[in-house]
Design a binder for this molecule. Structure first.
Ligand SMILES: Nc1ncnc2c1ncn2[C@@H]1O[C@H](COP(=O)(O)OP(=O)(O)OP(=O)(O)O)[C@@H](O)[C@H]1O
Ligand SMILES: [Mg+2]
Length: 375
């Protein structure tokens, strides 16, 4: 069984469209698929035509710690079509973060639920549609997964904040001692615009080439299909969207053959679950934070990159050390109050303005600095 999270905290980048259509296309390739809706918006649930208001049991019941509401994962599953099942969600799921706050083992609830599922069916794929946040629900989704597909749309600010997603993945890797395979998926691609091609290049650079070859083009049929609560292959199997997602499903399947994907994680996590107070539980302060400014800098040759500005009294070395998260990619999250900040990167001792930020301002002595405004 391959457990794949579809996540990116940026809203509207195509997570649900990918989760629903990849699941449907894998099912069409005769793979047994369980689609888990892990978003209180319930879009994946609606996307396969399940009325989310009328559900008596949802992913809320699976993840809750309240004994009177608790259900096993197999107890909430709804069959959708040949080879495709759904574990649905609705707004109730939004209560989980609060409910589980401070509870031991809260980050591994989904892992546990998957491993304790009682079913005579063998799922080849579990596809998890995550919400646009990096809170406890997404953390659960990532932790239960051995792979992450990060849809990135080809638009302005499409990479904004992605380093926080990768930081979260790194945090989980460290806790669990294995690597979640991360791959970006370029979505809403418009081959006619130069801009789309440029952003695609950026995405490839950012993810160090770990990007699906399949591009998901902008295709209005995908939008139409979701408004009818249908996967696109059921709505219009000849359209571009159906072709793209079929190709993606084939690429995902082939990827497993080409390279043995980790499959032991579910069992490993399950074993870890036996002791709910296991020492790998992160401390509260290590949980992903909700607010912060993400700074990224690209330079394949740099040995050391720091950020210095108003926020750290222009002393890079102590407060502003940036982390080399991927080859050539440096990132740092700073938690800043609303306000105006001037800053520069210090790359191997050389001060430079942020090449990706067009906003600059001169200081009293005529020096040009990058400008960041947090509202
Ligand atoms: N390739 C595409 N071409 C055209 N429209 C698309 C495409 N992919 C997604 N859309 C549309 O864009 C909107 C956002 O897509 P989707 O709901 O999949 O994003 P999301 O990342 O799941 O959003 P959220 O962060 O709110 O969960 C939807 O209306 C969807 O139909
Ligand atoms: Mg969604």
């Amino acid at each position: 069984m391959r457990v794949i999270a579809i996540a990116n905290q940026k809203g509207g980048c195509g997570k649900t469209t990918t989760a629903v259509n990849l699941s449907a296309c894998l099912a069409q390739l005769k793979k047994n698929v369980l689609l888990i809706d892990l978003d209180p918006q319930g879009h994946a649930t609606v996307g396969v035509n399940v009325k989310h208001q009328e559900l008596s049991k949802t992913m809320y019941n699976v993840l809750t710690s309240k004994a009177e509401n608790k259900a096993r994962l197999d107890e909430v599953i709804i069959p959708i079509s040949d080879n495709l099942d759904l574990a649905p969600a609705n707004i109730m799921l939004s209560a989980i973060e609060q409910e589980l706050s401070g509870k031991p083992g809260r980050e591994a609830k989904l892992t546990q639920a998957i491993s304790l599922m009682v079913t005579n069916k063998t799922y080849n794929y579990v596809i998890i549609d995550c919400s646009p946040s990096l809170g406890l629900l997404t953390f659960n989704g990532l932790r239960a997964s051995s792979e992450l597909i990060a849809p990135v749309e080809t638009g302005f600010y499409s990479l904004h904040g992605i380093s926080r997603l990768l930081e979260t993945v790194n945090l989980i890797d460290k806790q669990l001692n294995y690597k979640i395979q991360v791959k970006a998926l370029v979505t809403m691609f418009d081959r006619r615009t130069k801009f789309s091609h440029e952003v695609k290049e950026e995405i490839c650079k950012y993810f160090g080439g770990k990007v699906y070859k399949t591009l998901i083009h902008n295709n209005v049929k995908l939008k139409e299909a979701s408004s009818y609560g249908m996967p696109v292959i059921a709505y219009n199997k000849r359209c571009r969207g159906a072709e793209d997602y079929t190709m993606l499903a084939k690429e995902v399947v082939a990827q497993a053959k080409a390279k043995k994907i980790i499959t032991k994680d579910v069992q490993a996590n399950a074993a870890e679950q036996q002791t709910e107070n296991a020492p790998v539980q992160p401390k509260e302060q290590e949980m992903p934070v909700k607010k912060g400014a993400v700074f990224t800098f690209h330079d394949a040759d740099a040995q050391k990159v720091e950020i210095a500005g108003d926020f750290n009294s222009w002393v890079g070395s102590t407060e502003g050390q940036m982390e080399n998260i991927e080859k050539g990619v440096w990132a740092r999250v700073l938690h800043l109050e609303p306000g105006k900040y001037h800053y520069k990167f210090v790359v191997d001792g050389k001060w430079i303005i942020d090449p990706k930020n067009p906003k600059v301002e001169r200081d009293f002595s005529g020096n040009v600095n990058s400008l960041l405004e947090i509202k």
